[in-house]
Design a protein. Structure first.
Length: 163
C-alpha cells in the first residue's frame, strides 16, 4: 500500500524542499502510515523531523507536552483536537509544519470519546496558517479506514502547501 502513497509523498517532499521547510507528524488512527508514507522518499531527513503515533493518553502527554486542561471540552476526531495536536507536534519538534490526525478506525472497537467509526480529522499547522479536513468513510473496515485517513491527510498537506 505504501506504493500507492509514494508518488504523493514525493510531491510533498519536493514542495517542502523547495520551501526549505520541515514537517513533524502525529499519527493517530493512521497508526504511523502518514510518517511511513513520507519516509518512503530517499533523503527524507531534508524535510521530515520526526513524530509519533498517539494512541494513548500517555503518548499524547509525551509528544505534545500539553497540560491535561488544554484538552478540556475537546473530543477526539474533532477539528479543535487535531489542530491542538498539529500545533503541539510542530512546536515540540521545532518544525515549520505539524500534521496531526485523530480518528476512529472501527473494526469492532469503540473510540474512547464515542466518535463514530470511519471519522477522522486531520490538521496541518504552520507558522501563520492552519488547514483542517474532516473525512467520513461511513464504514467500520479498520484497514480501509486507516488508508483512507492517511490518503486524506497527505492530500491535506499537498493541497495546503500548494496554496
Amino acid at each position: 500500500m505504501l506504493e500507492e502513497t509514494h508518488p504523493q509523498a514525493l510531491r510533498i517532499a519536493a514542495l517542502l524542499r523547495e520551501r526549505g521547510e520541515k514537517i513533524a507528524v502525529a499519527d493517530g488512527a493512521t497508526g504511523g502510515l502518514i510518517a511511513a508514507s513520507l519516509l518512503t522518499v530517499p533523503g527524507a531527513l531534508d524535510f521530515f523531523v520526526g513524530g509519533g503515533v498517539v494512541y494513548s493518553f500517555r503518548a499524547r502527554d509525551v509528544l505534545f507536552d500539553q497540560p491535561r486542561e488544554a484538552y478540556t471540552g475537546m473530543r477526539g476526531a474533532s477539528e479543535e483536537y487535531a489542530l491542538l495536536q498539529a500545533r503541539s507536534i510542530r512546536d515540540n519538534f521545532h518544525a515549520d509544519w505539524g500534521i496531526a490526525e485523530s480518528g476512529s478506525v472501527g473494526g469492532g472497537s469503540k473510540h474512547p470519546t464515542g466518535a463514530a467509526a470511519g471519522r477522522s480529522c486531520a490538521a496541518l499547522a504552520g507558522a501563520g496558517s492552519h488547514f483542517v479536513q474532516l473525512t467520513e468513510t461511513q464504514t467500520d473496515d479498520r484497514i480501509a479506514n486507516m488508508w483512507s485517513f492517511t490518503k486524506a491527510a497527505l492530500a491535506l498537506i499537498e493541497d495546503s502547501l500548494r496554496t
